[in-house]
Design a binder for this molecule. Structure first.
Ligand code: EPU
Length: 301
């Protein structure tokens, strides 16, 4: 059984041979005390609508996460992030139901083992449970997180941050309703500080940022661009010309085409930088979720 929100971060390599449940568990409720807003939201709600609704209700904080496609359940699993904020920064608890016995339990933020685009739901709890609701705890003392282009804002208000994020996203990221894409196809690689220093000796312009005090994140888009692949057309699939981390369907691509281009990019990046790109997209074959394209390509070729 496979649970899908919107499927906007999923590629079906072939027809899935099981049952697919579309999560449409709706409902949002709000509570407050002197210092915080508490938002309880069910997993089938559309994430971007939740962000907009909060803004309209003067619940500020989620603006940097505007316009991320997908539903709330997936946002938890993925620990979605953008412009310096991640879901984990607001998560109070996550309610899950176990597949095997239907029991429902509540996990707190640390139980979820959130990490960069990762959580316990993609690791230890993969295929064991599904997320039914999320509790957000949002401070009433708004502090903007200004990052990259957001630093250029003249007047910093939640509404202006929200609008700026939407403008950047509309410019940089293709709309999946019109141009097939799954957003970032790869994760930004995480490396040690020592590794980064070595890389910087060879590639002084390399783009990176801090993940924590020991680890750095390198821009995968920059790596791909450096390999000369930004805008690269590979038959029916291309590397998007405005953002090298995004692969787009030129109209008639099938999963095999996407797999081939992705493997080509992985190989180029590995040869140039000795860095293995990890997929951000979720792949599904006929049996369920798979970690890479290997078995799929081996079976067919
Ligand atoms: N860059 C390039 N070439 C490009 C694009 C970007 O060199 O074609 C460099 C630029 O220097 C830029 C830096 O990479 O400043 C970072 O680019 P961007 O701000 O677009 O962020 P990203 O690290 O590429 C991540 C998320 C995006 C999220 C943005 C915004 C991942 C895998 N992706 O991308 O998430 O919207 O940050 O903060 O972490 C998604 O997950 O689908 C997604 C779109």
């Amino acid at each position: 059984m496979l649970i899908l929100g919107n499927g906007s971060n999923v590629i079906f390599l072939e027809n899935y041979h099981g049952i697919i449940l579309l999560d449409r568990i709706y409902g949002i409720s709000f509570r407050e005390d002197r210092f915080f807003w508490y938002v309880h939201v069910n997993s089938g709600e559309v994430w971007s609508k939740l962000v907009y609704k909060c803004l309209k209700l003067n619940i500020f904080g989620l603006e940097n996460l505007a316009m991320i496609p997908g539903r709330v359940g997936a946002s938890v699993v993925q620990n979605i992030g953008a412009y310096g904020k991640e879901l984990k920064d607001f998560c109070d608890y996550v309610d899950i139901v176990y597949f095997n016995n239907g029991s429902k339990i509540r996990l707190n933020n640390s139980d979820c083992k959130f990490n960069y685009r990762n959580s316990i739901f993609k690791q230890h709890l993969l295929n064991k449970c599904y997320v039914v609701s999320l509790g957000l705890k949002i401070s009433k003392f708004w502090q903007p997180k200004l990052y990259c282009n957001l630093l250029k804002l003249n007047c910093v208000t939640p509404k202006n941050v929200y609008d700026a994020v939407c403008t950047i996203r509309k410019y940089k990221l293709p709309d999946y309703r019109f141009v097939g894409n799954v957003g970032s196809f790869f994760k930004n690689p995480v490396v040690s500080i020592n590794r980064l220093i070595k890389l910087k000796n060879y590639f002084p312009d390399i783009v990176y940022y801090n993940l924590n005090k020991n680890k750095m994140i390198i821009s995968a888009a920059w790596l791909i661009k450096y390999c000369g692949l930004k805008g690269y057309k590979f038959g029916t699939v291309s590397v998007y010309n405005k953002h090298a981390l995004i692969l787009i369907n030129n109209g008639s691509a099938i999963s095999r085409d996407v797999a081939k281009l992705a493997c080509y990019i992985e190989k180029k990046v590995k040869n140039y930088f000795s860095i293995l790109l990890e997929l951000e997209v979720c792949l599904v074959n006929k049996y369920g979720i798979v970690k890479d394209f290997k078995t799929f390509l081996n079976e067919k070729y």
